[in-house]
Design a protein around this ligand. Sequence first.
Ligand SMILES: *Cc1c(COP(=O)(O)O)cnc(C)c1O
Length: 433
Amino acid sequence: MQLVKKEYSQSKKLYETSQNYLVGGVNSPVRAYKSVGGDPLFIKKGKGSKIHDVDNNEYIDLVGSYGPLILGHANEVVVDAVKRASEKGFSFGATGEKELELAELICGAFSGMDKIRFVNSGTEATMSAIRLARAFTKKNKVIKFAGCYHGHEDNLLVAAGSGIVTLGLPGSEGVPEDVVKDTLVALYNNIESVESLIDQFSGEIGAIIIEPIAGNMGVVIPEDGFLKYLRKLATDNGIVLIVDEVMTGFRAHFGGTQELLGIEADITCLGKVIGGGFPVGAYGGKKEIMDMVAPLGAVYQAGTLSGNPIAMTAGLATLRELRRLDPYQQFKNQTDSLKNAFNSKAQASGIPIQVNSFGSMINVFFTDQNVVDFESAQTSNTEFFSKFFWNMTNEGVFLPPSQFEAWFLSAVHDDMDIEKIISAFELSLNNLN
Ligand SMILES: *Cc1c(COP(=O)(O)O)cnc(C)c1O
């Protein structure tokens, strides 16, 4: 079967104008489609598992706004709650009941979380968590893992190096080397790389930050025992373990991934799902650590719109609805179906792929290697991915425009969506040349 190309002229027109005013036509770089080529789509609306672009093309959405939309688009319960909240005013610069309700709900879902502080993004959450960990341990060095992303703050914007990595180098211009001199880079799924950094910088390391399931180099699963041993190393060496669950939180069960993996963070970072599509982040942990944050402690952190009542309402409605719907078995069944189908179609076509999935996250790497870390993820054939991406787009499946971004299912993706994704996948794969 031949692919039929869709009409994208309205998107193209808007993109041309946008580039005069918005940097690169976007407000977040991946949206510009640089890694897949072609012009980005302009989206005008979404409902359930579908979105529509400005040319009136419909797509099954597997981007889910890069993670937050675990209930799909414009869930009616959430829409109603947000409408009602907005009629009462947008922001007060004072604490409201919704913040308390959301805090109780989230703290109740994480065993190691006595207290929480809401912020406006995942970046703010990890940035504040690092500051807090440094203050708590009185040590400045931080270990992060190659290929893990924790937002765009200076400290953690360290390029994932290859081989035996020691001191980090800035991954962005404008980040002074001095700012990242305390950032150490270890290798995901490689506990020896952590041990050797701890040996080398004995007594200087205040924090280890990790994505429990990596989702920002494509989906990469921790090997058995890796995180448990990391937890032990942190504890034995007086290091604060920051588990960045901005992407994974509430993704595979109602709460953190850390619980499923048998570990407990000292500080957990959240975002995405907990705001239900509104700008919300959070960090939380044990009372003795959290009480160091202002106004109780000397670690300053603040925000004009932190705990915004509309955003809190959206988060609360999303989490309550998520708890009621309990889609987690469905996620597993659906990602298993996709994985099996993708693998068998790929085998038939002779194109090597690796499929990694967790909870509602899945993605396909175009490589014959097991993808277990940043280096193996980099073996993917990104040219194949680019063609595959546009084939899928033409077939009505909206994917993130990068080999290294996770695809997200929502609670409202149904069996028909899954079937359509599979048939689009087959056609897209068979038209890569
Ligand atoms: C998305 C993400 C962030 C950054 O969150 P923003 O809201 O984009 O600032 C941090 N950590 C992880 C693991 C993420 O996936």
